[in-house]
Each structure stands twice: as structure tokens, then as C-alpha cells.
Write a protein that binds this ligand. Structure first.
Ligand code: PLP
Length: 394
């Protein structure tokens, strides 16, 4: 008899974005003359840059010519892209990686969720609350024990290890989704030392690293000494280069990591060569263009545009004295709404025609907080914040 994975039934129904979308739809249908400004979705709004489009077009044309056509590629990713990523790490954080420590993927989400394959189900998983829900759900699907580390106003939504914290795998996300908070180098050093001392493995999600402009903040965990022994890093071109629909990411698995005498890098290679046939050649050529001089310049111009929106949001919150994290080195601003997160969602929608995301959707510690995103136009962001200020003034 077929037996299904019962762990799926322990998952919370994923209703956060479908509920917010339904509420916005219903409001708009009832009030067509009051357009809602959407600041809830964590998706880019700017198109691909010209250099990426040119590279995608060129690669597509190559696929239509017998001499340049490509079939199956290297599961780990083409050398041209892995070498470009090696150079990028050198540029952003003076980090030295080898090309075979980089695994190209179709985005960060699949690798984050799939990497759990390599570990036995009796590992204890340490997950920050609030955080990107994939960490929790992908481990719950395997029936694993979860320990939460709490983010709150006191720790600036950057939970740190403490004596007695027990677990095997720790997820860290910096800049964080949803809070926009960024770990300092010193804080990450504490995590790395703790992981080494306690035989833990860190999964570091750097999907928003490109938003970090402050040179004192680390953009990769490998900027921290010791991290090569205990950390796997996941990264994505989704927010760096507007690849949410094009799909490309990469995972770094240092060759220094050995668990029970086994190389994690070799295990991941074995897993990928068995279960993954690579990211498309065309997309990898587009991704390569992101890391060229023109690509970096254009992508960073788009990021700057979003960050100007984040500045508009934080300036308005400062004016009305509302507590928040994020915004400076992140497209997310996480504000204290001072009431139930869903009630605040309804209040903003009905009285200000602005939509955001209730913090409680990202974990229990998100209750009382609210996420606004910078993925909109300057004009809409200015207008939305004028309306939000009025709500807070009331
Ligand atoms: N990690 C975090 C923290 C994210 O917020 C997201 C997407 O929203 C991802 C990973 C997944 O990115 P990708 O589009 O590369 O799958």
C-alpha cells in the first residue's frame, strides 16, 4: 500500500500571500476609484538590464545553430559562470573560493530546501523567528525537530547563540527577510566560533547581499575567519539582478567542511549530479553578464533605485517616531505597528489604500510588526508613506 509523507500534514497552511492578495483584490473590486499601492510583495519591479538581455539573446541565437548548440551541461554550472562568481567574491569581500566550491542552481530556494537531503532526519534544526518560511517548511517535511531562536526589538531581530543552545544545523539570513536586519562581522564571528565549538553547521542565506552598501558589514559569511569550516552559503540573482522570473542562484560548499569524515562538497556534487541536470545555458550566459563591469553597474543602479524607496520609507517612519529595522542595506523595512499585524494590514488597506505584509506571517515573533518592501516606484512610495504617516499621526 502506498504510504504518504505524513509530515506534510503538520505544515501550516500557506495562506500569507494568498490571503493578502485576496483581501487586496476584494477591496479593489469594492473600491475601484481608490487604487491600492502594493508594498507587500518581495518581488522586483524593474526589468532585466540591457547587458543581461543582450547576453540572453546571444545565447538563444547560439542554441539555434548546429556549431554552437549545447545539450546537457555540467550539472555544477558552466566554468565561465563559476569563474565569474569566484571573481565576484574576490571583489565584494576579498573572499577566495575555488570554482568547484560553487554550484550553480535555478535559484536559491531549491538549493536551500534540497540541501537538507544530505543530513539525517534526527538532526535538530535551529531557525530564527521571524524568517523566510522555506527553512522551516523544508525541514518540517522531513519531520525534523526544530528549535527557534527569537528575534525581537532587544536584539534588533538578529538572534545570537547562547549557552545551552542545542542543535546541529543553524539557518542565518542576512540581510534578513523579512526584517531587513544585517549581522555585523563581529556577530557573525560569534556564530562561526559557536558553530565550530559545538560541531554545528551554518546555512547562510545571502540572497540580499547586493543591498549592503556599508563596507563594514559582511556580504558573505566567508569574510569571517573560520567560516570555511562550518558554513554553506546560498545566494541568488533574483534580487541582485531581477532574476526572479529568469531563475539563477548559486550555493557555495567549501571543501574544508567534513562531517563524520565525509566531504560535504563531494556529497552535494553527488546529489546534484543525480537529481539535477543544471541551469539552462541561456540563463547561465545571462547570469555571467550580471558579473561583468557593465552588468554590475546596471544592476547596482536598479538596487540604488529600490534603496532610495527604502530611504523614503524609513525617513517617513522617523518623522512619526515609529520603531523599525532594515531599509539601509535591504529592500525590506520592518516596522512596529503597535497592534495585531493583521489588524494593521486591514487598517492600512481600508484607510490608506496601502498593502504590506503582516509580520506574524513570518513567525510568532513577527506579531505586532509589519513588512514594507522597496519594490515600487518612487512616486508610489512617496504617496504611500504620506498616507501611512497620517495613519500613525491619528
Ligand atoms: N532566500 C531569501 C531570504 C528570500 O527572500 C528568497 C526569495 O524571496 C530566496 C532565498 C529565494 O530566492 P530565489 O528566487 O533565488 O529562489
Amino acid at each position: 500500500m502506498v504510504k504518504i509523507n505524513q509530515n506534510y500534514f503538520a505544515l501550516k497552511e500557506s495562506y500569507l500571500f494568498s490571503t493578502t492578495a485576496r483581501k487586496i483584490r476584494e477591496y479593489q473590486a469594492a473600491n475601484p476609484d481608490k487604487p491600492v499601492i502594493k508594498m507587500g510583495i518581495g518581488d522586483v519591479t524593474k526589468p532585466l538590464t540591457p547587458s543581461v538581455v543582450k547576453a540572453l539573446e546571444k545565447a538563444s541565437a547560439e542554441m539555434g545553430v548546429a556549431e554552437t548548440f549545447r545539450g546537457y551541461g555540467d550539472e555544477q554550472g558552466y566554468a565561465f559562470l563559476r569563474n565569474a562568481i569566484v571573481d565576484y567574491y574576490k571583489k565584494i569581500g576579498n573572499v577566495t573560493l575555488e570554482a568547484d566550491e560553487i554550484f550553480v542552481a535555478d535559484g536559491a530556494k531549491s538549493d536551500i530546501a534540497n540541501f537538507t537531503d544530505l543530513f539525517s532526519n534526527d538532526n535538530v534544526i535551529v531557525i530564527p523567528d521571524p524568517v523566510y518560511p522555506v527553512y522551516l517548511d523544508s525541514n518540517m517535511m522531513l519531520g525534523r525537530k526544530i528549535v527557534y531562536i527569537e528575534g525581537n526589538e532587544e536584539n534588533g531581530f538578529l538572534p545570537m547563540p547562547y549557552e545551552g543552545l542545542e542543535g546541529d544545523i543553524v539557518y542565518l539570513c542576512s540581510p534578513n527577510n523579512p526584517t531587513g536586519a544585517v549581522y555585523t562581522r563581529e556577530q557573525l564571528k560569534v556564530w562561526v566560533d559557536f558553530a565550530i565549538a559545538n560541531n554545528m553547521l551554518l546555512f547562510f542565506d545571502a540572497a540580499y547581499e547586493a543591498f549592503i552598501a556599508d563596507k563594514t558589514l559582511p556580504r558573505s559569511i566567508y569574510e569571517v575567519e573560520g567560516a570555511r569550516k562550518c558554513a554553506v552559503e546560498f545566494c541568488s540573482l533574483s534580487k541582485t539582478a531581477g532574476f526572479t522570473g529568469t531563475r539563477c542562484g548559486y550555493t557555495v560548499v567549501p571543501k574544508d567542511i567534513e562531517i563524520e569524515g565525509r566531504s560535504l562538497n563531494k556529497m552535494w556534487l553527488r546529489r546534484q549530479t543525480t537529481k539535477f541536470n543544471g541551469t539552462s545555458y541561456i540563463v547561465q550566459r545571462g547570469a555571467e553578464a550580471v558579473f561583468g563591469d557593465e552588468g554590475i553597474r546596471d544592476c547596482y543602479a536598479n538596487i540604488e533605485y529600490y534603496k532610495e524607496n527604502a530611504r523614503i520609507i524609513t525617513k517617513a517612519l522617523d518623522e512619526v517616531g515609529v520603531w523599525y529595522t532594515g531599509g539601509l542595506n535591504s529592500p525590506y523595512v520592518w516596522l512596529k505597528c503597535g497592534m495585531d499585524s493583521w489588524e494593521f494590514f486591514d487598517l492600512l488597506l481600508n484607510d490608506a489604500q496601502v498593502a504590506g505584509t503582516p509580520g506574524s506571517g513570518f513567525g510568532k515573533c513577527g506579531e505586532g510588526y509589519f513588512r514594507l518592501t522597496a519594490f515600487n516606484t518612487h512616486e508610489n512610495t512617496i504617496e504611500a508613506m504620506e498616507r501611512i504617516k497620517k495613519i500613525f499621526k491619528k
